[in-house]
Design a protein around this ligand. Structure first.
Ligand code: KIV
Length: 272
């Protein structure tokens, strides 16, 4: 028996599928903590991604590889507590699903049980289809991720645009169809030529969400710290900055330091 809860209509895989059919674009951003999750949900975001980019943004690692399943569960559970309407998708981290499909389904079940996320995202195509099928058969919705897949950075060697050559482009299209056939409810395409991404979005019936993949797809995703300008060290061509929170925060903290040092803070109204 389900328990009815008051609140805005929750975004589900079914809603996202309808959005694609109606040509309504899907807006997705990352979040890794309760406070940011509350803000992006309040703004009306459709999907919150608890990305393993938390390894970079929250923990300062060079790559996404070091983050563990326990750490991702912590981030995802924090986000879930802040979200009422958006769909919460959590990344399965490197090393938690690549070994075999049994390990993959065990990691997936842990993430769903312990975080309360609505769905999971896994990187890769043909190589992980068996794992995706097992996760789906446990009743867990899966989002795919093709193109630049940061968990494979040591195989690629660089973060440059993927699938520019015909052979890699053909494999990507094939993988996208395999993921759809396996039952993935959506796919992220990262840093690939816009024409290729548009072709995939046209051929698939499930939503295709791009990052550095042009405007011909069904939605967009960015890392929230990049688009808000909190992180200034990362400036790829595809990134649009909507704010310069770096300057705002450094400025505000500078003002606070000045006020403390000059004994301006706290004043009489700011004490008991
Ligand atoms: O981890 C992440 O933030 C992601 C997005 C870049 C799609 O996977």
């Amino acid at each position: 028996m389900s328990v009815a809860k008051e609140g805005p209509k929750k975004i589900t895989t079914h809603v996202l599928s309808e959005m694609k059919m109606k040509g309504e674009k899907i807006a997705m951003l990352t979040a890794y903590d309760y406070s940011m999750a509350k803000l992006v949900d309040k703004a009306g975001l459709d999907v919150v991604l608890v990305g393993d980019s938390a390894a970079n943004v929250m923990a300062g690692w060079e790559t996404t590889l070091p983050i563990t399943l326990d750490q991702m569960i912590y981030h995802a559970a924090s986000v879930v507590r802040g979200v009422k309407r958006a769909m919460v998708v959590a990344d399965l981290p490197f090393g938690s699903y690549q070994g075999n499909s049994k390990e993959a389904v065990a990691s997936a079940i842990r993430m769903m049980k312990e975080s309360g996320a609505d769905a999971l995202k896994l990187e890769g195509g043909k190589e992980i289809v068996e794992s995706i099928e097992r996760i789906l058969s446990a009743g867990i919705p899966v989002m795919g991720h093709l193109g630049l897949t940061p968990q494979s950075i040591h195989k690629f060697g660089t973060y440059s645009v993927r699938a520019k050559q015909e052979e890699e482009a053909n494999k990507l299209v094939e993988d996208a169809h395999l993921l759809e056939k396996a039952g993935a409810f959506a796919i992220v395409l990262e840093k690939i030529p816009a024409k290729l991404a548009e072709k995939v979005a046209k051929e698939l019936t499930i939503p295709v969400i791009g990052i550095g993949a042009g405007g011909g797809v069904d939605g967009q995703v960015l890392v929230v710290h990049d688009m808000l300008g909190i992180n200034q060290e990362f400036s790829p061509r595809f990134l649009r900055r909507y704010h310069n929170l770096y300057a705002e925060i450094v400025g505000a903290v500078g003002n606070y330091i000045e006020d403390v040092k000059s004994s301006d803070f706290p004043n009489e109204r700011e004490q008991y």
